[in-house]
Design a protein around this ligand. Structure first.
Ligand SMILES: NC(=O)c1ccc[n+]([C@@H]2O[C@H](COP(=O)([O-])OP(=O)(O)OC[C@H]3O[C@@H](n4cnc5c(N)ncnc54)[C@H](OP(=O)(O)O)[C@@H]3O)[C@@H](O)[C@H]2O)c1
Length: 159
């Protein structure tokens, strides 16, 4: 999400947080693995990629002296339609439905990082529950972030 004040926000997930590596094999991200699709695994990879992207983007913006921030965040587990195609995951979400955040609660951390004066100028960080938080080791790995960036450029470059 690119904001009017020149900040970039990416929505991440709990698996990117310090306790989360449930769906991450040891060598995340596997840039060379394009077979044997597994939805949960792919979801975890996509969220980790979001956090790594914000981190590498921060490094590049700062290297060029650009005054734009990029952060990632975990909004919480929110009652949305996300799990509607999720099989077992969908059953699980319906079971714990009443313990989940509603949409305004789920938007709170995003709004905090986007707008709160405390976060002005902060970049390359990970937030949860409207606070600075610590991302997993994978999400804080600068070499992995660069590897993912280079891999993405290679995938999308014009032939
Ligand atoms: N819910 C959570 O607990 C949670 C936690 C952390 C992160 N997130 C992340 O937050 C993001 C939004 O999730 P959500 O919970 O709001 O899910 P959601 O209720 O399923 O909403 C997803 C939205 O994306 C739209 N969409 C899906 N595929 C699209 C496409 N190819 N092109 C354009 N629009 C598309 C859908 O449009 P239609 O309604 O028209 O299909 C829908 O409005 C996801 O990236 C999710 O991983 C969610």
């Amino acid at each position: 999400m690119l904001l009017y004040n020149g900040s970039i926000l990416v929505c991440s997930y709990y698996t990117v947080g310090q306790y989360g590596s449930l769906v991450h094999p040891p060598n995340m991200i596997s840039c060379d693995m394009v077979f044997s699709y597994n939805a949960l695994y792919a979801y975890g990879q996509s969220k980790l990629a979001n956090a790594l992207h914000a981190s590498e983007l921060t490094r590049r913006l700062q290297a060029e002296g650009v005054n734009i921030t990029a952060n990632s965040l975990h909004p919480g587990v929110i009652k949305t339609n996300l799990a509607r195609h999720g099989g077992f995951f969908s059953i699980f979400v319906n079971t714990v439905h009443s313990f989940l955040k509603n949409v305004p609660q789920g938007a709170a951390t995003t709004c905090y990082v986007a707008l709160h004066p405390q976060v002005k100028g902060v970049s390359g960080q990970y937030f949860a529950d409207s606070n600075l938080s610590k991302a997993s080791g994978y999400a804080r790995d600068p070499e992995l972030a660069k590897k993912l960036w280079d891999f993405s450029v290679k995938l999308t470059e014009s032939k």
